[in-house]
Design a protein around this ligand. Structure first.
Ligand SMILES: NC(=O)c1ccc[n+]([C@@H]2O[C@H](COP(=O)([O-])OP(=O)(O)OC[C@H]3O[C@@H](n4cnc5c(N)ncnc54)[C@H](OP(=O)(O)O)[C@@H]3O)[C@@H](O)[C@H]2O)c1
Length: 319
């Protein structure tokens, strides 16, 4: 089969690789679409290798058709699935533990379904499981127009939270307003901590961190949970320890990719129970910025590099 290989010059090259071999608990999927994540850019730079056992080429999520399945599993050949992967989605075929796949929600295209697992599982893991988000909470989501932000804003609004979010442009502000964001901060024009002081945050999902983190933590609601999921801004910040013991603020670090397949399967089960009806009814939409052929992965990466995307970018393959 073919896959998108990262070559020695960090180019993405559509190349011939060995076909994947299915283990007993796995399904073999013919990939129709694979969605991009910022982690793919980091992997390409050599900074985010796949966990052991996964292919070396990028791709954390796909949608496609089951070719082979274990007997007694919920899948059979011909089923349409979307799946969370440790890597290897930019390819014609992939094998994945049977319980890391979910049915394509009724009415959604393969491209839309491919864009669900990573962004929505990360949002559900951090806002609901790590953050314990409740209806009525104020939730802060950095980079609201990112693929992840698109999912997190809709999840938080569906579960009854008030959403405060950041964007880097007026186009992105319009995009997140349409998603339901209540308070929008232009990170290039406004002081984030000053705005948060007007809206004390119960749960934050932060992919930026950096020098702003310390001042923002000082504005949190009593008992607030601030979850760091990446350090796009910078890795260091000066923190005032008084916030932690006087107001019970918790600082949590979390990654989805490094969790075991069993943990990921549990997260996906929760996601399916809570959100699948909302996808099918259209209450939650998977917003795709652009769809490109998989052989144009290089062009697709450039969209994320330029920070242009409103929602997800997806690669497709003619089966
Ligand atoms: N820990 C985990 O398990 C996990 C899982 C999934 C994603 N993530 C992280 O979540 C973030 C979003 O992922 P994604 O795939 O949705 O990304 P994406 O679609 O590429 O969006 C990234 C956006 O972040 C914003 N941003 C803010 N500060 C930035 C900076 N200093 N450099 C670059 N971008 C900056 C930009 O939007 P504005 O200009 O509008 O601010 C940019 O468009 C990434 O950092 C990713 O690594 C973590």
């Amino acid at each position: 089969m073919n896959a998108v290989i990262i070559d020695d010059d960090k180019r993405l090259v559509w190349s011939s690789v060995a076909d994947p071999v299915r283990a007993e608990n796995e399904i073999l999927v013919q990939v129709h679409a694979a969605a991009l994540n910022r982690a793919d850019l980091m992997q390409r730079e050599g900074n985010y290798p796949p966990p052991p056992g996964w292919p070396e080429w990028p791709g954390l999520e796909v949608a496609g058709v089951v070719l082979e399945a274990p007997s007694g599993s919920r899948w059979k050949p011909g089923d349409k699935v979307c799946a969370l992967l440790g890597g290897g989605g930019y390819a014609e075929k992939v094998v994945v533990p049977a319980d890391m796949a979910l049915p394509v929600p009724e009415g959604l295209s393969m491209a839309e379904a491919a864009a669900i697992p990573e962004a929505f599982a990360t949002s559900y893991l951090n806002l609901c499981l790590e953050g314990g988000m409740q209806a009525g909470d104020t939730v802060f989501i950095q980079a609201g127009a990112s693929g992840l932000g698109m999912a997190a804003i809709q999840l938080a609004k569906t579960l009854g939270a008030k959403v405060v979010t950041t964007v880097g442009s007026e186009d992105k502000a319009r995009f997140v307003r349409e998603l339901g964001a209540d308070v929008i901060i232009n990170r290039k024009q406004q002081n984030i901590a000053e705005v948060l002081a007007q809206h004390p945050v119960d749960v934050a999902m932060d992919c930026v961190a950096g020098p702003n983190l310390g001042p923002c933590l000082e504005t949190m609601a009593r008992g607030g949970r601030w979850i760091i999921i990446a350090t796009l801004g910078a890795a260091s910040s000066e923190l005032n320890m008084l916030d932690f013991f006087k107001r019970g603020v918790k600082l949590i670090g979390s990654t989805l990719r490094s969790r075991t397949s069993e943990m990921k399967a549990d997260i996906l089960k929760g996601l399916e129970d809570q959100l699948w009806p909302a996808f099918s009814s259209g209450a939650i939409q998977v917003l795709i910025h652009e769809t490109l052929p998989m052989a144009d992965a290089e062009k697709a990466h450039a969209i994320l590099e330029r920070q242009e995307n409103l929602g997800k970018v997806v690669l497709t393959l003619e089966p």
